[in-house]
Design a protein around this ligand. Structure first.
Ligand code: F6P
Length: 363
């Protein structure tokens, strides 16, 4: 038996499928097994920075059966408002990190479980170190770019959505003799594009990790057509630059630039160089929403249980991780600041090439 604890939990950064499955697992283990209390903090770091504090206490009666399969996060989240440089109404930035730690103390918590991606885990670790808050991290992101874990929550579902999109695009591409381009998310990592491209049977995969040439893309697609197939499929990661190395981004009013646009740029280029009809689908946030896949539910459940066990053992500044078919934990120090890209010389790139897919140049 451990002394009863009050555990805080928050979700931070972009949402994804499986966050609620992880929250559910934490509540099951902490309340159900250990008899602790679990306080949910709303909207990421904001719940501890706002006054009054924005929290909700979870009880076993919240485990109704639907939480496991529910998309999004019941706690809300934010991928804006870094507490170290918080945007103020007058346009200035203010260090509000002390508000976060004070909010934590007001709640009388013993530890914090943070479900976040690489950016959130880095900021939260710094906040927790500064505020002397014992923290355990759980990795989530459809981008699957968190270092030292083979899988992050949300990746499997996002990938399934991308593969389903390709399954739907192929018949319409074939009917109209078109080349369909699918732009997928992933920031500067090509994990979704690469794996969706293999599973979806595409002809060309472009990822930020591998240099490519427009002429080589065109040659591949012309070759496909010469062999008698009058349509093609291309998947491109949103972080891919033009063949001249220029970033393609969407500039929103307010001065914010976001990923997006490479699919349309590529569609134009392919139409011009191959001389075929092209259409572009930008998959966007559908990859983040919806019911978590079986894999994400298993991953999130394993992560949630293991994270609570780490708190019980007093092992902090750790992140739960998936490694070699099992849940393990690693030092957060070793995780933050390292970006997990696609291994350009790895098995999956070799697989794609082995299938005849053009996946960029070999250096
Ligand atoms: O990091 C997850 C992610 O979905 C990226 O793949 C994408 O570039 C970004 O978040 C989109 O962020 P937002 O929800 O702010 O548009």
């Amino acid at each position: 038996m451990t002394t009863p604890k009050r555990l805080g939990i928050l979700t931070s950064g972009g949402d994804c499928a499986g966050l609620n499955s992880a929250i559910r697992a934490v509540v099951h283990r902490a309340v159900g097994t250990y008899g602790w209390s679990v306080i949910g903090i709303k909207d990421g770091t904001l719940g501890l920075m706002n006054r009054p504090l924005e929290t909700v206490e979870f009880t076993l009666s919240d485990l109704t059966g639907s939480l496991l399969r529910l998309g999004g996060t019941v706690l809300g989240t934010t991928n804006k408002g870094d507490p170290f440089a918080f945007p103020m109404p007058d346009g200035s930035r203010k260090d509000r990190s002390a508000d976060f730690a004070e909010g934590y103390r007001q709640l009388g918590l013993d530890a914090l479980i943070v479900i976040g991606g690489d950016g959130s885990l880095k900021i939260l670790r710094r906040l927790c170190q500064q505020g002397k808050i014992p923290m355990v991290g759980i990795p989530k992101t459809i981008d699957n770019d968190v270092h030292l874990t083979e899988y992050s929550i949300g990746f499997s579902t996002g990938l399934d959505v991308a593969v389903e999109a390709l399954d739907r695009l192929q018949p319409t591409a074939a009917s109209h003799h078109r080349v369909m381009i699918l732009e997928v998310m992933g920031r500067d990592a090509g994990h979704i594009a690469l794996q969706a491209g293999i599973a979806g049977g595409v002809d060309v995969i472009l990822i930020p990790e591998l240099r490519y040439g427009m002429e080589a893309v065109a040659t591949k697609l012309r070759g496909v057509m010469k062999e008698g197939r009058s349509h093609g499929l291309v998947v491109v990661a949103e972080g891919v630059k033009t063949d001249m190395g220029e970033k393609v981004q969407v500039n929103w009013s307010g001065g914010e630039s976001r990923y997006g646009g490479i699919g349309h740029w590529l569609g134009e280029q392919i139409a011009k160089t191959v001389g075929c009809e092209t259409r572009v689908t930008v998959l966007g946030h559908v990859q983040r929403g919806g019911t978590p896949s079986m894999r994400d539910r298993v991953l999130a459940s394993s992560f949630g249980v293991h994270a609570v066990d780490l708190v019980a053992k007093g092992r902090f500044d750790r992140m739960v991780a998936w490694h070699d078919r099992s849940v393990v934990d690693v030092a957060l120090e070793d995780v933050v600041g390292v970006y997990r890209c696609v291994d350009a010389g790895g098995a999956l790139v070799r697989t794609a090439r082995g299938l005849g897919i053009y996946v960029g140049e070999i250096d």
